[in-house]
Design a protein around this ligand. Structure first.
Ligand SMILES: [Fe+2]
Length: 272
């Protein structure tokens, strides 16, 4: 009988963001620790956890040490945790602190790699352009992805990456999303025919789209969210919202079903 795979997605922790951020009302370390404990205590704990970038604010060793420690409730119980870098990360530091989360793949460019769980291929795509906030997929990443999808031989694939490849209408974010390689990525996704979904971060909002014929899910931040403002030219602003994580249930027959789980719900569940 086909068994579903549960995948928790946590994104954009920004560990190290100053204590005065949002008037001192956002403690990103506390937010990450609460999100990890929430995921670890879910009635159905995840089989795999994916981190979609901006783990830290400045990419320092001290910041990654906090991330590694905060993830311990998941990593010490043996839950596989895999990460891609975001534009605020420093991949070498991240790999040093979290070697199992961002595994080195000698044949892959930058921080790209490929893992497999219960028949699902997890493909980590590194979209970071050094010292820029926007993302790009350059020729080496696209060639590696084409080769990796070929090697999956039509098997189900889940791609995870930091920068979303489509505009959202939030102009300040659209100008720093994936600015190069989106068309080529869409063609590869469509050509493979069994990409179950693409999981992204960067937007600090939960957003659903379709891309290359597959569902695309952007996870909210576990900390602060960017304001939903679709007016042309609207400035980027951040705000406090109930912290959230994404929980994806992948079924070999039914595909991907994406849930949003609130880290601090208003009280315990009650019988009806
Ligand atoms: Fe971010």
């Amino acid at each position: 009988m086909a068994t579903p795979l549960l995948i928790a997605q946590l994104s954009d922790f920004h560990i190290g963001l100053g204590p005065h951020f949002l008037g001192g009302r956002m403690d990103t370390e506390q937010a990450l620790r609460a999100a990890v404990l929430h995921v670890a205590a879910l009635p159905t704990p995840p089989d795999v956890v994916l981190l979609t970038g901006d783990l830290t604010e400045r990419g320092s060793a001290a910041e990654y040490a906090v991330v590694a420690d905060a993830l311990a409730p998941l990593t010490t119980r043996g839950t596989p945790v895999y990460a891609v870098p975001g534009n605020h990360d420093e991949p070498n530091m991240a790999r040093r602190a979290l070697p199992l989360c961002m595994p080195a793949a000698p044949d892959a460019p930058a921080c790209c790699y490929h893992r497999q769980h219960s028949g699902l291929h997890l493909v980590a795509l590194d979209t970071v352009v050094p010292f820029k906030s926007h993302g790009a997929l350059q020729a080496p990443q696209l060639a590696w992805l084409a080769q990796t999808l070929d090697a999956c031989r039509g098997g189900p694939v889940l791609i995870f990456m930091h920068h979303p490849p489509l505009p959202t209408g939030i102009e300040a974010l659209d100008s720093c999303s994936l600015l190069h390689g989106a068309e080529e990525l869409a063609a590869l996704v469509r050509g493979h025919g069994a990409v179950q979904g693409l999981l992204c971060g960067h937007l600090h909002r939960a957003v659903q789209m379709q891309f290359g014929g597959a569902p695309l899910h952007v996870a909210p931040s576990v900390a602060h969210q960017f304001t939903l403002d679709l007016r042309p030219g609207a400035p980027l602003r951040a705000q406090l919202e109930p912290p959230k994580v994404s929980l994806h249930r992948w079924h070999p027959v039914h595909g991907l079903c994406s849930h949003t789980s609130y880290v601090q719900p208003f009280g315990e569940p009650l019988p009806l």
